[in-house]
Design a protein around this ligand. Structure first.
Ligand SMILES: [Zn+2]
Length: 498
């Protein structure tokens, strides 16, 4: 028999804290879920926090050593931290950062430790809370990706070699790192002599070859895990090649993939089953970004407290007069007619020079109208099967457009403002939790409603979400398939030979 004690009901003496329990939530409207889930599905093994290919090899090496030497967690942590510090120092001395890349992990602490030509104090920089806060150094961000690539397997809190790790290759590529990591001090001349252990050194090293084989396995089925990754990689490389090079992969390649006619006619892209999937996800991210920007604008309008109706009026007042239908008639064409009927046209970029917030509303309306026009293979990635039931999705908005067609656009805007506020409160409450230590309900929101009045604690950042193409590009640079020259990412000759 179990008893309920008083401490189960009354939590702590400070349960009526007067402090606000609100804090900034990351996804206030939760409009990102579908797109983020699809990005993870289409590109497993690379995330926004895994920019450097060579850390995959480094962790594979340490995992193999941990198992081979039968060492425990403390010794494995010491080994990976020392190896990461030495590789970080070699990379910092070679180039910090390498062109187009982010800096080596921990280089903000490793760099200063080398200033004035000082020898690297491995023991000190690798100790707790110096170059990295976490016990396992920078392994954490790579852990899931390395598992998906089959390079590292964790068991009982210890890393071991994964089924796809070529231990001989990582030893051949990075082996000298193990000896250097055992030294407490290393002269800079020695670090410079070991340039082959740099972040950029995998391009012609055996561990880089192994990573290439994992990224583009020859036996992968198209839409299984490794196949999706390799199809995505082939697509991004092909887009880079067709575009002639770009400054910023996601920013520049998304419009290229969506709107450039050469991508429709290209046999390589046509052959890849993943191309329509990415078109759907990329189109959806335009709507996601538009909701986030519209919400950021709306929250920015809240000064002190304001009624929900007044907030709606502020959005309405920033939009043109006329009916929703007349506004829809004024939107640019979404798809081609005639010979290449159905091809997506650059309607979203065309409304971008309209002022704020109209341009975001227009992108949303375009997304809503596209929701029942896209080819099946694009549409199934643009929206999930249940999206029409959820507020602020393209097909939900499509349904509302039908209801509001004949009425004033400004009234429609007022309705949308209300829907956004309701949605934000619904999401905040669904993510709220009780902090037993503080005796407080914690609610992730910057905006709150009481008695029909809307208040805010701070602004919302707005902006888009990541497709992970930018980090994918730097990972591909790490294995020698792309390079940054004259400010542009381009594919290398080695990559063209693939
Ligand atoms: Zn380098």
């Amino acid at each position: 028999m179990s008893f309920v004690s008083i401490s189960d009901i009354v939590v702590g003496p400070a349960w009526t804290s007067r402090e606000s329990g609100r804090y900034s939530g990351r996804y206030p409207l939760a409009v990102e879920r579908h797109a983020l889930a699809q990005v993870g599905r289409l590109l497993p093994g690379v995330t926004t926090v895994t920019p450097h290919a060579r850390y995959y090899s480094l962790h594979g090496l340490v995992a193999a050593e941990t198992a081979g030497r039968s060492i425990g967690a403390a010794a494995a942590q010491r080994l990976v931290r020392r190896c990461e510090v030495v590789m970080g120092a070699i990379s910092t001395l070679h180039h910090d950062p390498h062109p187009g890349m982010s800096r080596a992990h921990g280089s903000d602490r490793i760099g200063p430790a080398l200033s004035g030509g000082a020898a690297l104090n491995v023991a000190e920089v690798a100790s707790s809370n110096v170059y990295a806060q976490a016990d396992w150094g920078f392994w954490g961000p790579y852990l899931a990706s390395e598992g998906l690539l089959g390079l590292v397997e964790w068991s009982g809190g210890l890393p071991g070699p994964g089924p796809e790790l070529d231990v001989a290759a990582v030893r051949a590529g990075l082996g000298p790192l193990l000896d250097l990591a055992e030294q407490d001090r290393i002269d800079q001349a020695v670090l410079r002599d070991h340039k082959s252990l740099c972040l950029c050194g995998a391009t012609h090293a055996p561990d880089g070859r192994m990573l290439q084989r994992r990224l583009l396995p020859s036996d992968a089925r198209p839409m299984e895990l490794g196949g999706r990754r390799s199809q995505t990689i082939r697509m991004v490389l092909r887009l880079l090649e067709l575009s002639g090079g770009v400054r910023n992969p996601q920013r520049d390649l998304v419009p290229f993939l969506l709107y450039d006619p050469s991508t429709d006619d290209d046999p390589v892209l046509q052959d890849l089953e993943i191309t329509p999937a990415w078109r759907g996800v990329a189109l959806r991210t335009l709507s996601v970004e538009a909701w986030r920007n519209l919400w950021a604008w709306l929250v920015g309008q809240i000064a002190g407290c304001i009624s929900l109706a007044e907030l709606g009026d502020l959005l309405a007042g920033a939009l043109p007069d006329g009916t929703l239908q007349s506004h829809l008639d004024d939107l640019p064409a979404r798809s081609a007619r005639g010979g290449d009927a159905g091809r997506v046209l650059a309607a979203e970029p065309a409304v971008n020079d309209r002022g704020d917030p109209e341009r975001w509303l227009d992108v949303l309306l375009l997304g809503a109208l596209r929701s029942d026009e896209l080819p099946e293979r694009v549409r199934s990635y643009f929206e999930g099967p249940m999206d029409h039931r959820e507020r602020l999705t393209p097909s939900w908005l499509r349904g509302r457009v039908e209801e509001w067609r004949g009425r004033p656009l400004r009234d429609f805007a007022g309705f949308l403002a209300q829907q956004m506020v309701h949605r934000s409160q619904q999401i905040a409450l669904s993510k709220s939790w009780f902090d037993r230590r503080q005796g407080q309900l914690r609610i992730p929101t910057r905006v709150y409603v009481r008695d029909g009045q809307v208040f805010r604690d701070g602004g919302e950042p707005g902006s888009g979400i990541s497709l992970r193409w930018d980090t994918l590009t730097t990972v591909l640079a790490g294995v020698g398939w792309v390079e940054r020259a004259e400010g542009l990412w381009r594919v290398t000759d080695e990559c063209r030979a693939l």
